[in-house]
Design a protein around this ligand. Sequence first.
Ligand code: ADE
Ligand code: ZN
Length: 326
Amino acid sequence: QSLTHLIQQLPKAELHLHLEGSLEPELMFKLARRNQIQLPYADEAALHQAYQFNNLQEFLDLYYQGTSVLNTEEDFYDLTFAYMKRIHADQVIHTEVFFDPQAHLARGVSLETQLRGITHALAEARHQFNISYRLILSFLRHLSEEEALNTLEQALPYLDQIAGVGLDSSERGQPPEKFTRLFARCHALGLKVTIHAGEEGPAEYVWQALKLLNAERIDHGNRALEDAELLIYLAQQGIPLTMCPLSNQKLCVVPELDQHPILQLLEKGLCVTVNSDDPAYFGGYINDNFQALVNHLPVLPHHIYQLCRNSLIASWMDPSEKQQAL
Ligand code: ADE
Ligand code: ZN
């Protein structure tokens, strides 16, 4: 089919991807064996069987459990390189990836170890596959602002490797306003800011991310649709939304993919993009997410063009890189 062909061949950027969420069951078991860690599943099939979620928190519980196999520099290298190799097949020419340092610091894995593995793999992939990248340090919103500030202090020696910061994990009851001081500090350090908001939380959390945390992008943003004034603001300011269709389906953010708001938002003039979030858990990488939209919504070729173009526009590439990509 021609839309499928178009999806496969168009150059694109991925802007919403958690490296820990790209840990495939096969690699999880391999790293568990290598590190002599016991997983609470008999095999890969049993693990995969457990990937059924009613909400964000049920997913996060398994996601953090999965990170227990990531302990050495080599583990972070293998995780990151496998993702880069996989997206090369999807015509991704640029990717901006999140990692959750606090999840690993809590297990005694140093930031140095995490970053060495991740950045070596990213650099090797740029060399082998010609994929450019940015790395985003994401703070866990279920933890305190104090703990996040402490993590930021630990990251200061490595800021040359980190383009920006994010905020993820459990959204309900964890408003952006809780982290106002943290993101003011990040801003002063010259870091870019992108915030998960409006996935399960209300449109008000999107406003807070924009007004209190100075977010340049919003990750998910589904519930912006409930606030007409917010939609106008997002469109006028050109604030991108990094949407994740298969994630939304698996976490019951939308009842069915045919109810996904992405085309409505695109037609209202918002800079929306398609991304995979946690592909190992949600059943597909970026092109699978495009294909899922095609399978459930009245997607036309010009939508695919615009979504791919938006991903390049919304990226944090340097202006000259961006010019060339566009
Ligand atoms: N961490 C990994 N994936 C996430 C998501 N979809 N929402 C919030 N935190 C996450
Ligand atoms: Zn996410």
